[in-house]
Design a protein around this ligand. Sequence first.
Ligand code: HPA
Length: 235
Amino acid sequence: MSVHIAAKKGQIAKTILQPGDPRRAKYIAENFLDDVKLVSETRGILYFTGLYKGKEVSVGASGMGAPSIGIYSYELFTEFDVDTIIRIGTCGAYNDTLKVYDLLNVEYAASESTYAKFAWDIEEDRLSPPGNVFGLLNDTAKTLSLNLIPTTIHTSDIFYRKSQELPEIAKKYNCTAVEMEAFALFANAQYLGKNAATILTVSDVIPTGEFITADQREKALKPMIELALETAILM
Ligand code: HPA
């Protein structure tokens, strides 16, 4: 049991899938895992452990933003001996070279966030996914014939803002899309010597306003969930 996760030690698998939304964690547990057990529901942030193709895997939410994923991923790594976190999320595309439903593998997460600097004295404003999961996801995508696009994204602390201009850091690193968690997850994993990756489905294209509707989302996220699970069982 940790400050924010009520599971007992040993109730969380070595590899965990981490969506932002607790209900998505529940959907994955109920539709993709066997012998599932709810192991924590503190603050409504649900964690489940079950079997995928006979191998133990957990799935649990991160909440939104760097502070939230910073807390949950730290406690998973340090209190539950988790080795690998695969974040599965959605993102907004910054330009129309990406389309809704495109699947991205985050090669770099660039951010103005002070999280890495003030938590761990990590000075870089662009982090890569620590460990070998990034590469394994690319390999698994090939075997599943999925088009997984390696790219640089912007991890932003801001969802609503005054200016519609592309943020400076997104210009600096040619970021193709924006989400709100990968940078903090990578910072924690880097500092703790753990494995982490982030795969994202494009849910909206910011300049055109195109987006995946709420009822299209479940189906839209299926390839990403299968890619994460097929990779998790290789760890
Ligand atoms: N901004 C930040 N995070 C997001 C977005 C966005 O437009 N879309 C999905 N996650």
